[in-house]
Write a protein that binds this ligand. Structure first.
Ligand code: NI
Length: 226
């Protein structure tokens, strides 16, 4: 399931963070590529652990921790420290699947990548191309979101980024290990959560909301790894 999460960052946050991103040092993005993707990856990244990446990564994690839609959709257990990339001058990233396991730099911890996330820092009007294309069982979804918005997709998906032929596409990208490993289970819980919220909005204090909330938590209890 591909989920768009709007307004993770405010316009003011995007402007301030882009100013910091422009001051950072950018290196060849192949530093974090796996054996297979190294041949098709062509972009720039800020090195992991760079002070700007750390500072902005913290701000992104804080914003995500307060975003109800992100929390409901991802049910995050661990989030990889956000990385930053930039595509311009025809740069692209060919079709690949993200590595299943990622070592968190500078720690003994590893995360399993259940969900991949891209947070956009440039508005679609600023560049041509640069669409994130995610293949799922219903075909290819093409994603290019306003600055400050995020897309979540299953890390099991084949995906690519089309060449940026004008301007620059600047994004943050990272991975999430969810409490719910299975994408189908996670999607069911997300749909149930949204339905309960709609029920509560349309029919406040409806007794079914209590029992459905019980069902939600009991499914979470069955399926969650914490
Ligand atoms: Ni990828």
């Amino acid at each position: 399931m591909l989920i768009q999460v709007p307004d993770v960052l405010t316009t003011e946050q995007v402007v301030e963070m882009r100013r910091l991103l422009e001051s950072a040092e950018w290196v060849d993005g192949r530093v974090t590529a796996g054996h297979q993707s190294i041949r098709t990856k062509d972009n720039l990244q800020i090195p992991a652990g760079h002070p700007v990446a750390r500072e902005l990564g913290e701000r992104i994690l804080t914003a995500l921790g307060r975003h109800p839609l992100f929390l409901s959709a991802a049910l995050p257990l661990r989030v990889f420290p956000p990385l930053f990339n930039r595509y311009s001058g025809g740069q692209s990233f060919g079709t690949h699947v993200d590595n299943a396991i990622r070592q968190v730099p500078g720690t003994p911890h590893r995360i399993r990548t259940d969900l991949s996330a891209t947070l956009f820092f440039a508005d679609p009007s600023e560049y041509d191309g640069g669409e994130l294309c995610v293949e799922d069982s219903y075909g290819v979804k093409r994603v290019k979101l306003p600055a400050g918005h995020l897309v979540l997709y299953p890390s099991t998906s084949l995906h690519h980024v089309t060449p940026v032929t004008r301007g620059a596409r600047v994004c943050s990208f990272f991975w999430i290990q969810s409490m719910i490993r299975d994408d189908g289970h996670r999607s069911l819980l997300f749909d149930l959560d949204l339905s309960i919220q709609r029920l509560n909005a349309d029919h406040p204090n409806h007794p079914s909301a209590v029992s459905l909330t019980g069902v939600y938590h009991n499914l979470l209890r069955q399926w969650a790894e914490v």
